[in-house]
Ligand binder design. Structure first.
Ligand SMILES: C[S@@+](CC[C@H](N)C(=O)[O-])C[C@H]1O[C@@H](n2cnc3c(N)ncnc32)[C@H](O)[C@@H]1O
Length: 192
């Protein structure tokens, strides 16, 4: 099986990749996690979806591609320039709310519906406020994270944070999880 062959790229993906190169964005989500997100999003019709860490919109493009017309998605990033770029690509989609705010503040303030799927791709929701973030998931909901295998851009001491996060998730008896040494190192957890 050649898992590097991906036939279902989102329509705007090439444009986003060009923008990524233009601004030298150093933290893009990879193709595999994008494809996985799209697949899992499609398993949840009429879904409420959350992305923490919009970045330049690469993973967002896959999530949007997997959504049905009844689903809605909130994506958050604290970088104004990146949010403007992301809005340029997806600001017209009425199903999608693109928010520029600190993720921790947003998580603590949020009082709306719980989510069917959370892709946590920023510090908040992963290395901080993990308990509050997992509380935002519905029963049966997916919590997805990547970059769990060593990456060249990890700062000193980050490996220990990753180990602590993995152990925390493994010890949550209200979640089932699978760890994949694939893509950048992925965990998919579902809430019991
Ligand atoms: C790994 S990148 C996300 C990449 C994105 N998923 C994509 O495909 O383009 C992490 C993002 O988290 C954002 N971020 C970092 N700290 C944050 C915070 N405290 N609140 C919100 N966003 C934050 C960064 O600006 C960055 O865009």
């Amino acid at each position: 099986m050649k898992d590097h062959i991906l036939t279902n790229l989102p329509a705007k993906y090439p444009q986003i990749v060009s923008k990524c190169k233009e601004i030298d964005f150093s933290m893009p989500s990879d193709l595999h996690i994008g494809s996985l997100l799209k697949t899992l999003v499609t398993s949840k019709p009429n879904a409420k979806l959350l992305e923490l860490g919009s970045g330049i919109g690469l993973s967002l493009s896959w999530m949007i591609d997997g959504m049905d017309s009844e689903s809605s998605l909130i994506t958050i990033d604290n970088d104004e320039d990146l949010i403007e770029i992301t809005k340029g690509f997806f600001g017209d989609d009425k199903r999608v709310k693109i928010i520029c705010e600190d993720g921790e503040e947003w998580i603590l303030r949020y009082e709306g519906d719980k989510f069917d799927l959370i892709f946590a791709d920023a510090w908040p929701g992963k290395y901080s406020l993990i308990e509050d973030t997992l509380d935002l998931l519905k029963k049966g909901g997916f919590y997805i994270i990547d970059d769990m295998d060593p990456q060249p851009n990890w700062p000193e001491g980050h490996a220990q944070k990753v180990t602590q996060l993995i152990e925390y998730l493994e010890n949550r008896d209200d979640f089932n999880l699978t760890k994949f040494n694939w893509s950048t190192g992925v965990i998919v957890a579902t809430k019991k």
